[in-house]
Design a protein around this ligand. Structure first.
Ligand code: NAD
Length: 490
């Protein structure tokens, strides 16, 4: 059985309390690892070490090109160990191997992207009125608390760790207590490439104690969080004490709009991919499908036909197209929403059940599920289910599509399918969302900013925008003719 320890100040340590937590394989309910279960004290120690490492300048004052070399080395080692890490991610999270293989490759690419960015121009100069050279430089924010969820355990961490390191920060990373396995592998690599002690710290344990301490500590300068909306609110409050910089990537209930003039097969294909990839446990999932009246019935028929053919099974089986949900607790939440959808009067046209046939009974498997005949006020239309459950909505025209699309508190993502280019652009520009697609759904790139409008978050990850979130901007004014100001007469 794997033993998972925390990495604080360059040492692998157990929780001070000695407590551990069982980590479960969601495909069969078996315990695969014992993880250190840290507490507030462990988080405090990690923060203290990150603080000292930052204040010493050991990382922030290193030339950017040297920091970049470490990041390139991490990317190389992630690739060398890709198969092992992908297998472990599938074991811990449940998603199919082809998805975790993609996640590891993307994590390596993300380190390379930020290694490259570290040495690129980052300032401005200003032609001001006085004989003064005015300029800005970017500097690291300081100590960063990085907290992520379980749906992309490695990748969500890397989206934060890579830019934080590239910009010269030190950090304490807290993965989800449900999926800590691949974080251990990443930190083994961080140790192997020789990142100085105290710069990169890993704490394991619950959000309410360990995560909360990172959000509250006055020694932490910035908190970057990805997770649910309620947790995001709690983090904002905890971060208020020392006016921390905050970046929040929260959930979504994203609309995928299909007009009658769309390429039918392409739209059906992406509607499936939009909701059933990673079992629907994707913040940007196309969890609301908006169909124009005239194609509604034909579209649903084809969608159901294809959804019923999705091969559900253990992620470790190469034939599997959809794996289990991440945990027993999450399974119960998703099944609860399915019951709620029925009780609210939506029509269940596909799935709706836990799967226990074919030896899947001990795992957390749910059928691809589709509801039609929904109304905008239903909870299955308004709330994030974070599972393989699609709510179909019907619209008459462009104006109604836009109104329905924007009618939730979220604003993370959205897609439009139509062969009318001007209409596609009109609709996309009216969507109150940060990540959008025309005639596709889900492709995402390290180069482009990731984040949401409205209650889907604050700030952006990835790309140059994501890098800037790990920097402070300093203006410097240099007098070019050195002389007194003459403001006071004597
Ligand atoms: P969650 O909010 O319960 O937990 C996320 C992380 O926060 C975990 O590490 C958890 O331990 C920690 N946490 C919990 N309570 C905390 C507290 N009070 N203070 C500090 N940290 C705390 O979310 P989850 O159930 O792990 O993940 C699912 C959610 O994540 C969904 O809502 C999904 O939309 C969201 N998500 C968003 C994005 C995005 O980029 N916008 C990406 C992935 C997931």
């Amino acid at each position: 059985m794997m033993k998972l320890r925390m990495y604080i100040n360059g040492e692998w340590v157990d929780a001070k309390s000695g407590k551990t937590r069982e980590i479960v394989n969601p495909a069969n309910g078996e315990v695969i690892a014992l993880s250190a279960e840290g507490d507030v004290d462990d988080a405090r120690q990690a923060v203290q070490c990150a603080r000292e490492a930052f204040d010493s300048g050991i990382w922030s004052e290193l030339p950017a090109a040297e920091r970049a070399r470490y990041l390139f080395a991490i990317a190389d080692k992630l690739e060398q160990r890709a198969e092992e890490i992908s297998r472990l991610e599938t074991l811990d999270n449940g998603k199919p191997l082809r998805e975790t293989a993609f996640d590891v490759a993307d994590a390596a690419a993300c380190f390379r992207y930020y290694a490259g960015l570290a040495t690129k121009p980052d300032g401005q100069t200003y032609p001001v009125a006085d004989p003064v050279q005015a300029m800005v430089v970017r500097e690291p924010v300081g100590v960063c608390g990085l907290i992520v969820p379980w749906n992309y355990p490695l990748l969500m961490g890397v989206w934060k760790i890579a830019p934080a390191l590239a910009a010269g920060n030190t950090f304490v990373f807290k993965p989800s207590e449900v999926t800590p396995v691949t974080a251990i592998k990443l930190f083994e690599i961080i140790e192997e490439v020789g990142i100085p002690k105290g710069v990169a710290n890993l704490v394991l344990g619950p959000g309410a104690t360990v995560g909360h301490e990172l959000a509250e500590s006055h020694l932490v300068d910035k908190i970057s969080f990805t997770g649910g909306i309620a947790t995001g609110r709690s983090i904002m409050k905890a971060a208020a004490g020392n006016i921390k910089k905050i970046s929040l990537e929260l959930g979504g209930k994203s609309p995928n709009i299909v007009f009658a003039d769309a390429d039918f097969n392409t739209a059906v294909d992406y509607a499936l991919f939009g909701i059933f990839a990673n079992q629907g446990q994707v913040c940007s999932a196309g969890s609301r499908l908006l169909l124009q009246d005239s194609i509604h019935d034909r579209f649903v028929e084809k969608l159901v036909e294809r959804a019923q053919k999705i091969v559900v099974g253990p992620g470790s089986d190469p034939d599997t197209e959809m794996g289990p949900l991440v945990s027993q607790a999450h399974l119960e939440k998703v099944l609860h929403y399915i019951e709620l959808g029925k009780a609210e009067g939506a029509r269940l046209v596909c799935g709706g059940n836990r799967i226990s046939a074919n030896g899947l009974g001990n795992g957390y498997f749910v059928e691809p599920t589709i509801f039609t005949e929904t109304t905008p006020s239903m909870r299955i239309v308004q709330e994030e289910i974070f599972g393989p459950v699609l709510a179909v909505q019907r619209f008459r025209d462009e104006e109604e599509a836009i109104r329905l699309a924007n009618d939730t508190v979220y604003g993370l993502a959205g897609g439009v399918f139509t062969q009318d280019g001007a209409k596609a652009m009109r609709v996309i520009r009216k969507l109150r969302a940060g990540i959008t697609w025309i005639n596709c759904y889900h492709p995402t790139y390290n180069e482009a900013p990731w984040g949401g409008y409205k209650q889907s978050g604050i700030g952006r990850g990835l790309g140059t925008y994501g890098y800037e979130e790990y920097t402070e901007v300093k203006q410097i004014n240099i007098q070019l003719q050195v002389q007194p100001s003459g403001w006071f007469r004597n």
